[in-house]
Ligand binder design. Structure first.
Ligand code: PLP
Length: 402
């Protein structure tokens, strides 16, 4: 393999003689064959990410006692879901009846689907209660009541809100629990009422579920441990709990300064608190499994200097991959063919008439020209699944690379 120079280079994503190679393919070759914008997903990278999480949990004492539910909201591309099912490496986390049906149409059974959602309608509950074996986690008193009314004697999970959270470095938009009061999960104050409701409907509370934020990396693991500690209070109130669902939120590096999440340390925290209680672990990552397995291929439309800024405009905007503009999570632009010469500062922008349509301000890249293909990495999660047709520029292609 070529020497690794850039912070993001790794197995199956690297330069060979200044040509970008992704998933064993020349990206210039992909650009020749397919119109941009196009998302490409590397199945082998998804498998490696899944295996890394399994291994960390095995080593932390949860061998045969854990389940990974892929959070399909991150990317619901049907070929990817079907491939995941056939890999046998995971089940699914779904958050709407349509997602559940889409997972079933991709090969998963209801029993392989963990469901955690918010603000559900009567019709939603009706649709869900027809599915045998669906793993339901109720996030509110309302949800417990509605689920209980549609069938007593079942097992259920309760999503709790520990009033602390963990997310990528100080990014409040990525926190689901903590400083401000949120809609997610049942707080301590109402947990007693929740248990009474469960008892009234003869629902056995088997799981405690929490998901408190997204994108956390190694520096946030002390905050992660605090979240886990707070959740123990809920676990210890319920004798029937066999499983703790620790949500998703595991992050991947977005910039050169980020180190990959120390998964062993993450799993040791689970071991410290949950192994002594003999609990099974469920984890439901989205980002961690698919984000760095995705690449968005674009084409440079225009290069022009305005005042002191060189703008490089490409053929897609924030509406097909919202994270950089909306959540401040930059996607590193990577030239498909690296030209010799000094890197220069450019501002990479899209083709949407909105002030926030900036892919990456002031980034150092080799000189680019109109017609050049350009790749954005980390485009595998919350991109196509959150895309809109804003400005009627919502068109893109998707390919799973096996
Ligand atoms: C309940 C729940 N579980 C899992 C996830 C997946 O999070 P991530 O993709 O950050 O791992 C989310 C994301 O919003 C969520 O709300």
């Amino acid at each position: 393999m070529a020497a690794m120079h850039q912070w993001w280079e790794r197995d199956r994503l690297h330069y060979v003689e200044d040509r970008l190679v992704f998933a064993g393919r020349s990206v210039a070759g992909l650009a020749r064959q397919f119109d941009s914008p196009a998302f490409f997903y590397d199945a082998a990278r998804v498998a490696a990410n899944l295996t890394r999480v399994h291994d960390a949990l095995d080593e932390a004492g949860f061998a045969g006692r854990h389940r990974i539910n892929y959070a399909m909201k991150a990317n619901r591309f049907a070929p990817l879901l079907t491939w995941m099912k056939t890999s046998g490496l995971c089940s699914v986390d779904a958050c709407s009846p349509r997602e559940v049906e889409h997972a079933i149409s991709s090969g998963f059974s209801p029993a392989e689907i963990s469901f955690t959602a918010t603000s559900l309608s009567d019709r939603d509950f009706d649709r869900l209660s027809r599915l045998d074996g669906l793993e339901m986690n109720c996030d509110s008193l309302h949800s417990l009541r509605q689920w209980g009314e549609r069938g007593s004697g079942r097992s259920v999970g309760i999503r709790v809100n520990p009033a602390v959270g963990v997310g990528r470095a100080q990014n409040e938009m990525l926190q689901y629990s903590g400083g401000r009061t949120t809609k997610f999960g049942i707080y301590r104050e109402q947990f007693g009422v929740a248990l009474e409701l469960a008892a009234r409907y003869d629902l056995t509370v088997e799981r405690i579920h929490f998901h408190t934020g997204c994108g956390y990396l190694t520096p946030q693991l002390s905050a992660w441990e605090k979240v886990v500690e707070e959740c123990l209070w809920f676990v210890d109130q319920v004798a029937t709990v066999t499983t703790v669902n620790v949500g998703g939120g595991l992050g991947v590096p977005h910039v050169a300064m980020d180190d990959p999440l120390d998964l062993s340390c993450w799993a040791r925290i689970l071991n410290r608190h949950f192994r002594p209680r003999d609990l099974q672990i469920e984890v439901e990552p989205g980002d961690y499994l698919v984000k760095d397995a995705g690449l968005l291929l674009l084409t440079v439309n225009a290069v022009e200097t305005k005042k002191d800024t060189m703008f490089v405009g490409v053929d897609a905007g924030f509406n097909i991959a919202v994270e950089p503009a909306v959540y401040g999570l930059p996607f590193q632009p990577v030239p498909v063919c690296r030209r010799p010469g000094a890197e220069i500062p450019i501002t990479l922008v899209g083709n949407i008439n909105e002030a926030l349509d900036v892919w990456y301000p002031n980034v150092l890249l080799p000189q680019l020209k109109t017609g050049d293909p350009l790749a954005l990495i980390n485009a595998g999660a919350y991109s196509s699944s959150m895309a809109s047709n804003h400005c009627m520029r919502g068109e893109f292609r998707e390919f799973l690379l096996l």
